[in-house]
Design a protein around this ligand. Structure first.
Ligand code: NI
Length: 167
C-alpha cells in the first residue's frame, strides 16, 4: 500500500467536484487501500478521494477507537436525514485546527462497496457527521465554508500560524 499526498487548504483542487465511480476494478481497490493507509498514517478518521487529488466519489472512514474498522463508501448518497447536532470537526486538509459545525444528526445512506455491491444503512452521531463531512469534499466543499466570515478568518490565521511552527 502506498501513502498518498493529502492536499491542504487553500489548494484549489479541493474545490473540484468528483465524478461517479463506474468501474469497480483492481485500480479502484488499490486506491481505497492507499487512501485507508494514508488516513491511518496521518492519523485521521476520514478521507475523501478529492483530498488526494482523485476526482472520484469515494471516501474512507474508521471511527473505531481501535483503528481496525475500515469502511469504504463509493457513490454515497444521503436518502433521508433528521435533526441537527453541533460537533467539533477537524480535517486532514486543515492540520491542527478545529471548529464547531452543525450537521444532520441522523441519516440514511446508500453506497457501494469496492466490488460495486450496493448497500443501505442508517446511522447517527459521529459516523453520520463524518460521512457528511467527507461527502462535502466530493462536491468541493470544506468544513470552514460553514463558519461565519469572522470565525473563518480567525481559524485560517491559526492554520497559517500552525504551518509556520511546523515549517
Ligand atoms: Ni476533511
Amino acid at each position: 500500500m502506498a501513502k498518498l499526498d493529502i492536499l491542504e487548504f487553500p489548494d484549489p483542487r479541493l474545490r473540484l467536484v468528483a465524478q461517479p465511480v463506474e468501474t469497480f476494478d483492481a485500480d479502484l481497490k488499490r486506491l481505497a487501500d492507499d487512501m485507508l493507509a494514508t488516513m491511518y498514517d496521518a492519523p485521521g478518521i476520514g478521507l475523501a478521494a478529492t483530498q488526494v487529488d482523485v476526482q472520484k466519489r469515494l471516501l474512507v472512514l474508521d471511527i473505531s477507537e481501535t483503528h481496525d474498522d475500515p469502511q469504504v463508501f463509493i457513490n454515497p448518497e444521503i436518502l433521508e436525514s433528521r435533526g441537527t447536532e453541533v460537533c467539533q470537526e477537524g480535517c486532514l486538509s486543515f492540520p491542527g485546527v478545529y471548529a464547531d459545525v452543525e450537521r444532520r444528526d441522523w441519516i440514511r445512506v446508500k453506497a457501494q462497496d469496492v466490488t460495486g455491491k450496493a448497500f443501505e444503512f442508517e446511522t447517527d452521531g459521529l459516523l453520520a457527521v463524518c460521512i457528511q463531512h467527507e461527502m462535502d469534499h466530493l462536491v468541493g466543499k470544506v468544513f470552514v465554508d460553514y463558519l461565519s466570515p469572522l470565525k473563518r478568518s480567525l481559524l485560517l490565521r491559526k492554520l497559517e500560524k500552525q504551518r509556520r511552527h511546523a515549517g
